[in-house]
Design a protein around this ligand. Structure first.
Ligand code: NAD
Length: 468
């Protein structure tokens, strides 16, 4: 595929900007492609086209929108191998993991959204008045690199089904799969201008989107610092905002927890995708009475997660996305040691040759005030924190700026007692499976709003009351 263009008003066009962004394979550090570094003129064109397209798109029949979405879904499915290959290259992920977790799961999620809109009451009669749910308008979707396809579909699918038009700005680190997704949209029959893609660098493109009077909503997924900037800028113009931000989630192990379930649930979130998952359960809160047993098991189970080059299909812990991410993880591991935490497993990351490889790291004897217990590291790093009583466990779980996810393991009643008191957008109890159609989003610094199912759809709707 030719990655040198942007997609505006239904056409692949040369960007006005002649600058390009290089995309790197984090396994080899080879440059694999370049995409336009869009400038103000490019972004403005995309916004204008989305604004024009909204005039008619908002009034299209829902059935037509669903048909186009089904076409889009089919196109993604047809190209799943090509896209999995691209995600392996731009993110460094294993091909099969890319196919199942990064793509198929999100294709299936399109069905959830279609089911939701089919059942949704866009108009409801309350007797004295009628409430209409209407699309917001032009939605700017700004997305991160860690789930480079899914973070896009979670926004554009409900936004388009609801009748909004979209300008997408994917991460500059993983813009290639976004171009394949755009091709799938182009071939699905959406009218010109309904969906537009501009590639570019964070704040450069982001500021134009957030400051434009013609953008009605900004839906951002990324770091908390980026989200705060985007939120502040968007509110200058009182735009609708949805922010999906960082996390530092706790896995609370109660005295009577089944440790096999604890390990399977917690470690999967910490090591899959090389720890680059916002909802990873990276703080394990353990009862003092079971410390030794848990430490032993964490070491044993961690060794089952293969670390190395993702070209080997057994690999789970592959390279990190970039030098910046490598340096960040290294900084935290060094800092943890300086602060007095003990390494139970792993070492300070060392760069040997090409690629941003960091093996699993587990810290024990961690105090909740330490940086490694408070800040999002975004790598395969787990910290163990001891507690004495259930109430102390709840206090530690909540004593952090974030509130995205959480888990609790143990006897049903105690587990519910803890879950009800955790200040976080979701809690997994005793390893229950999470589904994409459930609401996903955070308390506190983890964001504003929810994605997934009906809750995700409603973010892209305005409420109008009609007195008839
Ligand atoms: P990031 O904030 O650096 O970038 C995210 C996106 O925003 C990119 O497209 C980037 O170019 C753009 N951007 C950055 N600064 C901007 C600004 N000032 N104005 C406008 N746009 C800007 O985040 P990242 O490194 O790409 O992603 C990792 C972060 O995303 C982690 O903190 C992770 O927890 C978070 N995340 C959250 C969720 C969630 O659902 N809560 C999901 C995935 C990732």
């Amino acid at each position: 595929m030719d990655y040198s263009k942007i997609f505006v008003n239904g056409e692949w066009i040369e960007a006005e900007s002649k600058e390009m962004i290089e995309v790197m394979d984090p396994r080899t550090e080879e440059i694999i492609a370049s995409v336009p570094r869009s400038n103000e003129a490019d972004v403005t064109k995309a916004i204008d086209s989305a604004k024009k397209a909204f005039e008619d798109w908002q009034f299209t029949n829902l059935k037509e929108r669903i048909q186009m979405m089904e076409n889009f879904r089919g196109n993604l499915e047809k190209n799943i191998d090509t896209m999995a290959d691209i995600i392996s290259k731009e993110l460094g992920a294993d091909f099969e993991f890319a196919k199942s977790t990064h793509i198929q799961a999100y294709i299936d999620d399109i069905d959830n959204y279609i089911r939701v809109v089919k059942e949704y009451e866009f108009e409801k009669d309350y007797g004295e008045f009628l409430v209409r749910k209407e699309p917001v308008g032009v939605v700017a979707a700004i997305t991160p690199w860690n789930y480079p396809l899914g973070q896009i579909t979670k926004k554009i699918v409900p936004a388009l089904l609801a009748g909004n038009t979209v300008v997408l700005k994917p991460s500059q680190q993983t813009p290639l799969v976004a171009q394949h997704l755009t091709k799938a949209i182009e071939e699905a029959g959406f009218p010109k201008g309904v969906f537009n893609l501009v590639t570019g660098v964070g704040a450069e493109v982001g500021n134009i989107l957030t400051s434009s009077k013609d953008v009605d909503m900004v839906s951002f997924t990324g770091s908390t610092s980026g989200g705060i900037n985007v939120g502040k800028d968007s509110l200058e113009d009182v735009k609708k905002i949805a922010l999906e931000l960082g996390g530092k989630s706790a896995s609370v192990v109660l005295e009577d927890a089944d440790l096999d379930i604890v390990m399977d649930t917690t470690l999967d979130t910490v090591y899959n995708n090389t720890g680059q998952t916002c909802s990873a359960l990276t703080r394990m809160l353990i009862p003092k009475t079971r410390k030794e047993e848990i430490e032993k098991l964490v070491i044993e189970k961690t060794k089952e997660y293969k670390f190395g080059n993702s070209e080997n299909p057994d690999t789970v812990i592959a390279p990190l996305i970039s030098q910046k991410q490598f340096d960040k993880v290294k900084y935290y591991v060094e800092h943890g040691l300086e602060e007095g935490a003990k390494l139970l497993l792993g070492e300070v990351p060392k760069k040997d040759g090409q690629g941003f490889y960091v093996g699993p790291v587990v810290f024990t004897d961690v105090d909740n005030d330490m940086k490694i217990a408070q800040e999002e590291i975004f790598g395969p790093v787990l910290v163990l924190i001891e507690y004495d009583s259930i109430d102390e466990a709840i206090e530690i779980a909540n004593d952090v700026d974030y509130g995205l996810s959480g888990a609790v393991f143990g006897n049903g009643e105690d587990a519910r007692y803890v879950a009800n008191r955790m200040k976080t957008g979701m809690v997994i109890i005793n390893g229950q499976t999470r589904t994409h159609s459930a609401p996903f989003g955070g308390y506190k610094h983890s964001g504003i709003g929810r994605e997934g199912g009906q809750f995700g759809l409603e973010e892209y709707l305005e409420t109008k009351t009609l007195f008839i």
